[in-house]
Structure formats: C-alpha cells, structure tokens
Design a protein around this ligand. Structure first.
Ligand code: HEM
Length: 210
C-alpha cells in the first residue's frame, strides 16, 4: 500500500465526529417521531419508543437537544462553508458533476452541494425550534393565540419536510462518495482521497506541511 492511500490527513476531529453523529441520531428520532405525530398512518412508529405519550413528551425535548448540538457544531465548521466563486461554478456544472463529466479542481474542504445543505440547515433548525415552541403542549402553546398556533404548525411541517429532503440528499451524497462515511467515523482520509474530492483543501494542507 503506498503512502498516498494510507489515511494520514485529519478531516474531522473527534469532537466534531461525536457531535455530528449525535446530531444524526437525534435527527432520526425527531423525524420518525414527527412522522408518527403528523399522521395516524405512521402512528405505529410510536410503539418503537414505548408509547405515544412517551414519544410525544420526548419529541420537543429532542428538538431542543438538536439545537444545542447543531449550532456549536455549525460554529466550528462555518468557515469551511464560506461561499466562493468556485462554488458558483460548481452549481452551474452540477448535473455534469453528477454524471461524472465534470470534475472541479478548485473544491475546498466542502463542495458547493455540502455548503448549500449546511446553510439551509442553519435557518431551518431555528424555524423548527421557534414554531415547535409555539405548538408545544401543554407548556407553551396555551400562551399563544390559536391563529398563530395554526401558522406555527404549518411552518413546522414545511420545515420538517425541507429538512427531510436536505438530509436525505446529504445522506445519499455521503453514501455515493466512497470513503466519506469512513472519514466521518474514523476522522482521517488518504492524500489521494483529499486530492481527488477536495483539491483546493488538499493544496492548502500540503502547503502548510511543506
Ligand atoms: C442521517 C444520517 C447522516 C449521515 C449518514 C451523514 C453523513 C455525513 C458525512 C459522511 C459527512 C462528511 C462529509 C465529508 O467529509 O465531506 C457529513 C458531514 C456533515 N454533516 Fe452529516 N450525516 C447525517 C446526518 C446529518 C444531519 C442530521 C445533519 C444536520 C442537521 C448533518 C450535518 C452535517 C454537516 C454540517 C457536515 C459538514 C459538512 C459541511 O459543513 O458542509 N448531517 N455528514
């Protein structure tokens, strides 16, 4: 095995990995319990969490936990998600990229697709929290007028759906990019992986090491 293929580059420090997977687990609970609360068709999911009452009690608490986990994580990674001219070029060539007909040489630590996911989660999670507080029975909901509660329920459902689509794409892209999930589990990537998927990031690291 050549040195190029050995995982020697740190991509995700341990604190970021632990927080990322905690966010993912909380998201899966929120999404499945949210579905059960949204429509009777999905109510069977409640049995996975003990009972409907337990699940209903835990759902908003998990929402607060998501906020407490996600924003500190976002504060750590936002710099690598700053938009660049190269990202606009990536978006224009997105379909060619997916068909493997275009391979950018100026992608930084995250590509434009990852950055779009990141920046859409920042307001979506805040909106989910705010709308969730307004419909949180029996604690906060009685404080708000019924019309506002109806709007909040709508905002909550729309944002959950958008988040489901965003994370669905994120999950699929992670699966599609070989070595990416391993990087989020073990933390390290090989120089050839970094050079291929994130060449500008790799050049930055190589430059620092020289
Ligand atoms: C549900 C299963 C999930 C899987 C399998 C997954 C997988 C991954 C993987 C493999 C990476 C590393 C990508 C790379 O190194 O290039 C990553 C990064 C990331 N993930 Fe996830 N993830 C999941 C859920 C979530 C959720 C729920 C959120 C937030 C709400 C999230 C937010 C992020 C962020 C912010 C990054 C860093 C990328 C960036 O900042 O642009 N992930 N994820």
């Amino acid at each position: 095995m050549t040195q190029e293929r050995v995982d020697t580059i740190l991509r995700h420090p341990v604190g970021e990995r632990v927080t990322h997977w905690a966010v993912a687990i909380v998201f899966i609970f929120l999404f499945t319990s949210g579905l059960a609360l949204f429509h009777p068709f999905f109510f069977w999911i409640a049995s996975l969490y003990g009972s409907g009452q337990v699940m209903r009690f835990l759902h908003p608490i998990a929402g607060v936990l998501l906020v407490l986990l996600f924003y500190p994580y976002a504060a750590r990674v936002w710099r690598d998600n700053r938009w660049t001219a190269a990202d606009s070029g990536w978006v224009r060539q997105m379909w060619a990229f997916m068909r493997k007909e275009f391979h950018p040489s100026d992608t930084g630590k995250y590509n434009a697709g990852q950055k779009l996911m990141f920046w859409s989660m920042v307001p979506l999670i805040a909106l989910l929290l705010l709308s969730g507080v307004v419909i949180w029975q029996p604690w906060f909901a009685p404080v708000f007028p019924p019309a506002l509660r109806r709007w909040a329920a709508l905002v909550h459902a729309v944002c959950s759906f958008a988040m489901f689509v965003g994370i669905g794409v994120h999950w699929y892209a992670a699966y599609w990019t070989r070595g990416s999930i391993r990087a989020m589990v073990r933390g390290y990537v090989s120089p050839s992986w970094a050079k291929f998927h994130h060449p500008a990031w790799y050049r930055g690291i190589a430059g620092r090491e020289e």
